[in-house]
Write a protein that binds this ligand. Structure first.
Ligand SMILES: CC(C)(COP(=O)(O)OP(=O)(O)OC[C@H]1O[C@@H](n2cnc3c(N)ncnc32)[C@H](O)[C@@H]1OP(=O)(O)O)[C@@H](O)C(=O)NCCC(=O)NCCS
Length: 144
């Protein structure tokens, strides 16, 4: 079941999956987590939060209209590769279309690029390095 959740609900998964458990929960907050228009989604499997993602309004580059940035996409280990992430992102894209958003973009880890590609994102940058995390691309999906 997919739900809108509070950022506090997802910080431990952010830490465990995206920061290898190296940070405190407060250090896992993004400055944009509570800005106007930001929202967080969780996929619950057997009453357990299994997959998370966050969005906030943010334009990118030359793209016109209302843009949202996707951040903090993570599925806990035991539920990976079962389509939860795909369903969660598709839910978000449908919701954002309803919110009159024009596009969504993200800084995608190179390893996760095929995952985003499956939900319609395309690579729109050259490869760049995020120190301590590794190679990334900017990926983008047009909504309307
Ligand atoms: C990237 C990540 C969020 C994907 O989450 P997920 O829930 O495993 O995603 P899905 O199961 O929808 O898709 C993963 C793979 O399972 C496959 N899959 C299996 N069953 C599937 C189904 N029923 N529907 C869709 N895809 C399915 C897909 O082909 C996909 O393969 P690909 O990534 O090579 O394209 C997850 O691997 C993760 O948390 N990774 C570590 C953190 C990370 O890198 N986050 C992204 C930061 S940019």
């Amino acid at each position: 079941m997919i739900k809108f959740i509070e950022v506090e609900d997802l910080l431990s998964i952010r830490n465990d999956v995206l920061r290898e458990g190296r940070l405190t929960l407060d250090e896992c907050r993004f400055p944009t987590d509570k800005i106007v228009g930001a929202f967080h989604l969780g996929y619950y499997k057997n009453d357990e939060l299994a997959c998370i993602v966050s969005f906030h309004p943010q334009t990118y580059g030359e793209f016109t209209g209302v843009g949202y940035q996707l951040r903090g996409m993570a599925t806990i280990d035991k539920y990976r590769g079962q389509g939860l992430g795909n369903q969660l992102v598709n839910f978000a894209l449908t919701y954002l279309r309803g919110q009159k958003a024009n596009y969504v973009w993200c800084n995608a880890r190179k390893k996760a690029a095929p995952f985003y590609h499956n939900t319609g994102f395309e690579i729109v940058s050259t490869e760049f390095d995020v120190p301590g995390i590794g190679p990334h691309y900017v990926m983008y999906v047009k909504l309307k």
